[in-house]
Design a protein around this ligand. Structure first.
Ligand code: SF4
Length: 156
């Protein structure tokens, strides 16, 4: 329930190069940490819980963008679950890259940007510093009333 609103299946991927000072999960920086799970195995776990939506975290999922794009596409095609994704890249950095931006059409919400220790604010929901934005990529559903969120015009 800390990884977005409601019950969620949270996938913590291995690997991050942003090296934010004060990172909450430095053990996840190692690309060889954890254990390998392929898309089919992850889908099985995700689909086994009817009630939970999905969150991608880490590490940074955008360092494995092809696999997360495939996973997110399958989640959208085969379930009605929403997907939240955390990244140390900003939305603008992602949009400037054809490789990184392939994941965006399948995400409902992007929580973007590096954690900045000097701006740490424990009162913020779902993020550690105020530079990080909770961005509804395809418009904000009226029932989601989370303070501090940003809604973009639909991307797709
Ligand atoms: S982007 Fe996230 S996981 Fe990566 S160093 Fe920054 S806070 Fe840690």
């Amino acid at each position: 329930m800390a990884d977005g609103p409601g019950f969620r299946t949270a996938i913590y991927c291995a690997g991050c190069k942003h090296a934010c000072k004060g990172c909450h999960n430095p053990e996840s920086w190692d690309f060889k940490a954890g254990r390998w799970m392929d898309v089919e195995e992850l889908l099985e776990v995700i689909k086994s819980d009817d009630l939970s939506d999905v969150s991608f975290s880490g590490g940074d999922p955008f360092y494995q963008v092809e696999a997360f794009t495939e996973l997110a596409r399958r989640i959208k095609e085969e379930t009605h679950k929403t997907i939240w994704c955390w990244t140390g890249f900003t939305l603008e950095e992602i949009q400037a890259s054809a490789q990184l931006s392939q994941l965006l059409p399948y995400l409902d919400v992007l929580v973007d940007g590096p954690f900045i220790l000097e701006q740490r604010d424990t009162d913020l929901l779902f993020r550690g510093s105020p530079n990080q934005r909770i961005i509804y990529l395809h418009g904000k559903p009226p029932e989601d009333d989370i303070p501090g969120t940003v809604a973009l015009e639909p991307l797709r």
